[in-house]
Design a protein around this ligand. Structure first.
Ligand code: ATP
Length: 432
């Protein structure tokens, strides 16, 4: 049976509303604060949230924003008292289904709840959950995301190695921005065929090139009023780089082969795991475009830099894998936990997810054992990223650069040295 979660700090009102829903055949539970609601959502399946606007510690809007950034796509209804209407309207803009003036125990509200539940049933289980990292570097990143998301005019460049969750960061920026009602369009520039890249982004007119049998709109049009996420932006060719710079500066672009210019209103978020400074030095990337994209850089840490997150994240993924494969694996035994924490995770969160999914399928018992974990035996030995042995230094730096996808800042962090020291060492070993 579906569950409605009521978030209401007035215990008497919360209980009365819960009883009223139960009497009407709807399973309902209540919590008294935003924090309790978050905890409840993280641990139970909830199909609809009915939240008061004003709560003792925080408000319904805060909860809605938290749900948005944590991938909870659950219908959200907001209850309002006198004077809360402007805030409630704002909540609807942020994705709430509706706002309901108190008292809510009416036939009309029952109809709204039933309809929202029905729609959710029809759309299937759209809950896509994400783990929220707790390590210091990840928390700093979260703080920067929260600050930059509403500032629409700043282009964000997300830097970090492959599999660290750059697309997830881009989605969070979109969800927390004023554009969250419009589309989030993600384009992997690394797989765009060279000859079609311009057409994919800007569209083309019929006859623009062989095979262009119809007019076609591109990703810029699809993302209009929303967010366009260009992953692996370093892979765009010179012609597309030029067109992109122009589109960003002038807020207009021309489809391939077209004469008319089209106005555009997008927020651009780009990502790269490449050393773009090096690409500029080698003439492969335009410096002016780099500065236009890099107005607010965000650095996504390596999983190995967030050791405190490894086990909770693995447990989170185990939970998802249990659901997906209808398994009931309880967790990782002590030895596995030790190995998970000491491995260097060159493939970052993506690799951890793969390892956990595989182990969940293979697990013979309640607890995953070392035989079911597919990571190199030695894992990350203490000192693997230490620079104590002079002879090993060059190899160690190379390994760190490889693990970070050539992100020098992340490599310096991994090596435990400052960026300027890393640059000195790169010069010393002729690695720059
Ligand atoms: N916070 C998170 N909670 C759960 N899963 C996550 C989280 N962050 C990332 N992932 C998962 O990790 C994988 C890699 O994430 P993502 O594609 O965002 O990485 P990326 O840095 O963009 O990688 P690439 O550079 O290769 O494109 C995905 O399967 C994603 O769902």
């Amino acid at each position: 049976m579906e569950t409605v979660l009521i978030v209401e700090d007035d215990r008497v009102y919360a209980r009365a509303t819960t009883n009223w829903l139960v009497k009407n055949g709807i399973n309902a539970r209540y919590v008294l604060s935003v924090d309790n609601a978050k905890e409840f959502l993280d641990n139970h399946d909830v199909d609809l949230v009915l939240s008061d606007f004003r709560l003792d510690n925080g408000n319904g809007m805060e909860l809605l924003e938290w749900m948005n950034t944590h991938g909870y796509r659950i219908p959200f209804l907001i209850m309002t008292g006198y004077g809360d209407i402007p805030g409630a309207v704002e909540a609807v803009k942020k994705g709430a289904v509706d706002y309901l003036p108190k008292p809510v125990q009416t036939e009309k509200v029952l109809g709204i709840i039933r309809k929202a539940l029905e729609r959710k049933r029809r759309d299937g289980n759209t809950k896509q959950r994400f783990y929220t990292s707790k390590s210091p570097l990840a928390l700093r990143l979260q703080e920067h995301i929260r600050l930059v998301a509403p500032v629409d005019t700043l282009a964000v460049l997300i830097r970090g190695a492959s599999g660290t969750g750059k697309e997830y960061v881009a989605r969070q920026i979109h969800v927390l921005s004023g554009r969250s009602d419009a589309s989030f369009i993600a384009v992997d520039c690394g797989v765009l065929p060279k000859e079609l890249a311009a057409s994919e982004l800007f569209g083309h007119v019929k006859g623009a090139f062989t095979g262009a049998t119809e007019n076609k709109t591109g990703m810029f049009a699809a993302a209009n009023h929303g967010t366009l996420f260009l992953d692996e932006v370093g892979n765009l060719n010179a012609e597309v780089q030029r067109a992109l710079l122009r589109a960003l500066q002038e807020k207009r672009y021309r489809p391939v082969g077209g004469k008319e210019e089209i106005q555009t209103d997008i927020r651009l978020v780009a990502a790269t795991n490449e050393d773009l400074e090096k690409a500029i030095a080698e003439g492969r990337f335009r410096e002016d475009l780099f500065h236009r994209l890099n107005e607010f850089p965000l650095h996504v840490p390596l999983l190995a830099e967030c050791i405190e997150d490894i086990i909770p994240l693995a447990e989170f993924m185990l939970d998802a894998a249990n659901q997906e494969f209808s398994r009931k694996v309880k967790g990782f035994d002590r030895e596995v936990q030790k190995r998970l924490k000491s491995y260097s995770w060159p493939g970052n969160i993506r690799e951890l997810r793969m390892v956990v999914r595989r182990a969940t399928l293979l697990a013979k018992d309640d607890w995953i054992t070392t035989g079911e974990i597919d990571i190199p035996d030695k894992g990350r030995q203490p000192g693997e990223y230490s620079l104590n042995d002079e002879r090993m230094e060059r190899a160690t730096i190379l390994k760190a650069l490889e693990a970070t996808g050539n992100d020098r800042k992340a490599a310096a962090r991994l090596l435990g040295i400052s960026r300027s020291t890393l640059y000195l060492k790169l010069r010393k070993y002729r690695l720059d």
